[in-house]
Design a binder for this molecule. Sequence first.
Ligand code: PMP
Length: 311
Amino acid sequence: MEMRERVLSSVLEAVGDTPLIRLARIVGEHANPVAVKLESVNPGGSIKDRIAVALLDAAEAEGRLHPGGTIVEATAGNTGIALAMAAAVRGYHAIFVVPEKMSPDKIAILRAYGADVKVVPEVPRDDPDNYQEQAVRIAAAIPGGCYVGQFVHRANPDAHYATTGPEIWAGTAGRVAAVVAGAGTGGTLSGIGRYLKRQDPAVEVVGADPIGSIFTGPVAPFKIEGMGEDYYPETLDPSVVDRWLAVSDEDAFAMARRLAREEGILAGGSSGAILHVALRVARETRRPGWVVAVLPDTGRNYLSGIFRIGS
Ligand code: PMP
């Protein structure tokens, strides 16, 4: 038998094609089947691997990023990890500005990839010391600096339109009743939503939102990391979202712990929030087909928080 080499040319080629897994125990009776899209199996450990390469490609093509340059980004962690991985492969230096509430676990990972990390207090989007503004200023002050811009660049939602959306459609053979995702930049929800609606306008696109985030308002502090905002990012297209459902920190974290213990899937707090909403959608929907919950990252990022022993 002839054997064919299957060796990838870099870790970046291992991004995407993540599994869809049916939940067996957590979904009650009289509900549609629920499948989770397990984005933690990406090599950088989250859904953000998908946008990192696309954002760097765009920056290079637009002449904003040159060989040996320094990428600077505002990130709640996962985009930083994905960009740090891509920067290592492509020979860029990386600096990340992260909000104070970010888990120490994720900061340690950024440093492990060789990135510099600046932790800043959390202030509103329109404050000049907001983490996005700080990242813009740092990039401008460094020769060869490039602000990546996950909150503004089309390459972010477009990466999900090109990969995550088609994977969900193909993986369910087009039998999708609803898809549930969170929104930080809104790239995931907008890109997947646009793709699925184009295949079948009746697919329900549901945004899971922390209580305290603006999409379900009013704005107040919350603990869930990576999703929920205090303003509408340019990368979010609210027109593809059929409805938003709010979820509390407690419900989100309780669901993340149940997912680990009852289904053997260790996912983060935003995943818990998204799944909490997905189970409700699965009970309520009148359309046949899968309810797909897109789980952004792994619970290993939160061992000192949500999964601390005794919690
Ligand atoms: N959950 C986590 C843990 C994340 O890091 C992110 C990305 N900020 C999201 C959810 C939301 O994804 P998006 O930015 O595509 O809306």
